[in-house]
Design a protein around this ligand. Structure first.
Ligand SMILES: [Mg+2]
Length: 253
């Protein structure tokens, strides 16, 4: 098992290096290269954001008086990289069978908080993410952060957290693309964005994404885009692709 993990890890590093090399060559030949990154669960681990939301709920005095026993347990709940939403953390903490009113109040707070500028500051980049994106950018690639987050609720927090972790932002050849409004379908939004790119301009386009639904639609409609599947967590609405390269970190060494 250890051996296969090491091999797999080596494959990931090789893939990341190859992309960097190809981009360097494209730029040396006076071409253009574009690298598109999803944010949530692709560049950023959102489980610290989730955990902070659960703990803030548990420490709120109103919630403590309404749900004293549940809040005591929730204070100790921990989220994992593999969590999707809050359900798994609640089950592990033994809170899955607690009062429906508690779950409703917590779910409401979670939805309000998770999709808000304020809580984005708790996201943490995956290993090597900022360094790798900077290396691609310094090699001459154009960087786009293409996210299902929406402008009204999450624009400022997105810019702030990218800056906080030293991703290329507020510089030439780096752009953030959020949904103009909430409620748009993620996969369609991203696919439409790729469809709107000018044709024949780029000699290489790469797309890093963790959500199989998004990966599948972009793959099926844009053959020229080289997709890298980021293995972290996803909504479980489609199976992870088996034929695409996959990575779990951005470390080159
Ligand atoms: Mg994502």
């Amino acid at each position: 098992m250890t051996r296969s993990l090491q091999t797999s890890n080596q494959n990931q590093k090789t893939l990341l290096r190859e992309i960097l090399t190809k981009i360097t060559q494209i730029i040396q030949n006076r071409g253009r290269a574009l690298v598109v990154f999803d944010l949530d669960s692709t560049l950023f681990d959102v489980s610290p954001r989730l955990q902070k939301i659960l703990h803030d709920f548990a420490h709120n005095p109103d919630n403590q008086s309404r749900f004293p026993e549940s809040c005591e347990i929730l204070k100790e709940a921990e989220t994992l990289r593999s969590d999707w939403g809050i359900k798994n953390a609640l089950v592990r903490a033994g809170l899955d069978n607690h009062h429906p009113d508690f779950h409703l109040a917590l779910k409401t707070f979670w939805l309000e908080s998770f999709f808000s500028n304020h809580y984005l500051q708790y996201d943490k980049p995956y290993e090597g993410a900022a360094e790798y994106v900077n290396q691609l950018h310094q090699a001459g690639a154009e960087i786009v952060y293409l996210t299902g987050r929406d402008i009204p609720r999450m624009n400022q927090g997105t810019l702030d957290v990218l800056k906080k972790w030293n991703f290329p932002i507020h510089v030439p050849r780096a752009e953030v693309v959020l949904k103009p409004e909430k409620g748009l379908d993620d996969a369609q939004f991203k696919t439409d964005w790729f469809a709107a790119l000018p044709e024949g301009v780029y000699q290489g386009i790469w797309f890093f994404e963790n959500e199989p639904v998004n990966v599948n639609l972009v793959r099926d409609t844009h053959e020229h885009v080289e997709i890298v599947f980021f293995e972290s967590t996803h909504a479980g609405k489609a199976e992870p692709p088996t034929e695409l390269p996959r990575i779990m970190h951005y470390l080159l060494d």
